[in-house]
Design a protein around this ligand. Sequence first.
Ligand code: SAM
Length: 224
Amino acid sequence: MSQVQWDAVDRYLGDLLIAPDPALDAALADSAAAGLPAINVSPMQGKFLHLLARIRGATNILEIGTLGGYSTIWLARALPPNGTLVTLESEPGHAAVARANIERAGLTHRVELRLGRAIDTLPQLATEGRGPFDLVFIDADKPSTPDYFRWALRLTRTGSVIVVDNVIRNGAVADAASDDERVRGIQEFLKRAAAEPRVTTTAIQTVGAKGYDGFAIALVTSDG
Ligand code: SAM
């Protein structure tokens, strides 16, 4: 198995299962043109998040890590007409591209983008009494994932879903001796999720256009 094959299968699945979408395509094109790194979720992963939000019946979504707004658009489109999504981004350049992409997708009325380090904006959300969120998507700086998980727990309730991206990291997650701070952040998050009585968690390995990685999903089973 190789990246070439994973790319080909993702293309095959995408052609079959995802209709051409000018707003999503333009979001990726403009992100690339603006020099943003191509670290957005893939189309198949974006649709997975979208379906998960719909299955959950989410009306209030929190995303940590916006980039150019690609996953934001997938998630915001899963909301009912009165639904809202808050997305947190620390890079002004990324936020500017995301705002334009979200506007072109016709979602500005549903999406609030907060500029700043998530470790600062998350407490603000709590202070303002925002939430509880039905779905939280954690996809920002990986060393801070344990902190974001802690905030996600504070900002959710029984039945909420917490998704964490990039938890496999080419298999490095199983390397107990890793000195990569991103791997260590994910390992610490998984350890805390396993020990946390308020959630039940799984993690799934994936291959595809984004290589060999995976995501964790935690279901909040009791209120804090
Ligand atoms: N979720 C996006 C998608 O799939 O389209 C991709 C997000 S990208 C993997 C991670 C983003 O998190 C980057 O845009 C980065 O600037 C942002 N980020 C990094 N550190 C952050 C922090 N401390 N607070 C908020 N955002 C941060």
